[in-house]
Design a protein around this ligand. Structure first.
Ligand SMILES: Nc1ncnc2c1ncn2[C@@H]1O[C@H](COP(=O)(O)OP(=O)(O)OP(=O)(O)O)[C@@H](O)[C@H]1O
Ligand SMILES: O=P(O)(O)OC[C@H]1O[C@H](OP(=O)(O)OP(=O)(O)O)[C@H](O)[C@@H]1O
Length: 334
């Protein structure tokens, strides 16, 4: 089947085609019951149960497709969204300075995507790194030096601000006529090797566990941006109600992953103390037990806090504490 000719009427949803965000993104789609079958080597998959087509793209390219409105929804890292936003901002600045308008006929700024929600996985930091055994101790020491990175626009912006601060000019990162003293060298991968191979004095690269940096004899001296995976949308999605539906389903899945349901029995006179420990997302559900003076409580608790919460509940007299996994939710903001 020629899938490209079957996209009419479908909301296009970009998903990372490989890499660290792929599996978690697929798990979210499954939890949100977005059903599809991806043919071998095809980067387009039609959803079986919704008017949606999934487009599998490199994570770094997703903000471009969404920002230009070609694709309505996307899952990618906030770092890639920030890189794209910096590029878009630089292009707008250049346009304005050459007297051209950066607005559409509706008076809106062209380009750019909007973050809908944090998806809670894919944590990492984009950091400035230098050799541990080297002459550079602070970011200022790198001004005028060679910097290797895959995030050229964020790195340029970072060093432009640093150079402006150093020269005493205020906010000249918004001046596109600036001439950077620092040389930003674009690398597409294995950025950590650049210092050892003499290509760069420092790098701007992602750090998750820190293992790669350590193995390459590097240390972080500043953080440019902290990132997690995010759901993004274009400014004018083709089907806004389908965007809302998918966003609400995804929110339901990530809320379910974040919370557990805690049920316990307690004497009614301990209610103020236990509701303080487990206030719930809105409020705890309280039911009278057949035994006089006792109530049963059912309440959502953040998964990461549940052990401490159980300790505290036990200490104030709660008994029969049960913790249940939540398969899915539709509850509002996580
Ligand atoms: N340790 C990590 N290194 C790189 N990216 C990470 C890491 N942890 C989380 N991420 C997130 O995953 C996103 C995609 O990175 P990943 O390297 O998996 O992509 P990729 O498409 O395989 O790219 P590449 O071909 O450059 O390796 C990043 O933009 C970032 O948001
Ligand atoms: O802090 P860590 O957990 O060690 O992860 C960080 C490393 O992971 C990424 O590289 P990736 O593995 O994607 O390969 P690449 O260098 O080819 O981009 C990133 O560019 C770092 O090199």
């Amino acid at each position: 089947m020629d899938l490209v000719n079957h996209l009419e009427g479908r909301l296009l949803f970009a998903v990372p085609k490989k890499g660290r965000l792929l599996q978690a993104a697929l798990n979210l789609l499954e939890g949100a019951d977005i059903q599809f079958r991806r043919e071998n080597r095809l980067d387009i998959a039609l959803c079986k149960n919704l008017p949606v087509a999934l487009i599998f793209l490199p994570a770094a390219d997703i903000p471009t497709f969404v920002g230009e409105g070609r694709v309505s929804l996307g899952i990618t890292g906030r770092d890639t969204v920030a890189e794209h936003a910096t590029l878009v901002e630089a292009a707008r600045r250049a346009h304005r300075e050459s007297g051209k308008s950066t607005l559409t006929e509706d008076g809106e700024e062209v380009g750019g995507c909007q973050e809908i929600m944090d998806l809670g996985f894919g944590s990492c930091k984009l950091q400035v790194q230098v050799p541990v055994k080297g002459p550079y101790q602070s970011p200022n020491d790198l001004i005028g030096k060679n910097i290797g990175t895959s995030f050229v626009h964020l790195a340029e912006d970072y060093f432009a601000k640093l150079e402006a601060e150093q020269s005493g000019a205020n906010g000249s990162s918004s001046d596109s006529s600036r001439k950077l003293k620092t040389k930003i060298i674009e690398l597409s991968g294995s950025v950590e090797a650049a210092c050892a191979l003499g290509v760069a004095d420092g790098i701007v690269d992602l750090v998750e566990s820190g293992e790669t940096m350590k193995a390459a004899g590097l240390q972080a001296i500043d953080t440019v941006i902290s990132s997690t995976a995010v759901l993004i949308k274009s400014k004018h999605p083709t089907n806004p109600s389908m965007v809302d539906l998918i966003a609400s389903r995804i929110l339901g899945v990530i809320t379910a992953q974040k919370y557990v349901l805690c049920q316990y029995n307690v004497k009614r006179d301990a209610l103020p103390r236990v509701t303080n420990i487990t206030p719930g997302k809105r409020a705890p559900t309280i039911n009278a037990l057949e035994e006089a003076g006792w109530v049963a409580i059912s309440v959502m608790v953040e998964k990461k806090k549940i052990a401490t919460v159980m300790d505290e509940l036990t200490a104030v007299g709660a008994t029969d504490i049960l913790v249940l996994i939540i398969a899915n939710t539709r509850t509002g903001a996580p």
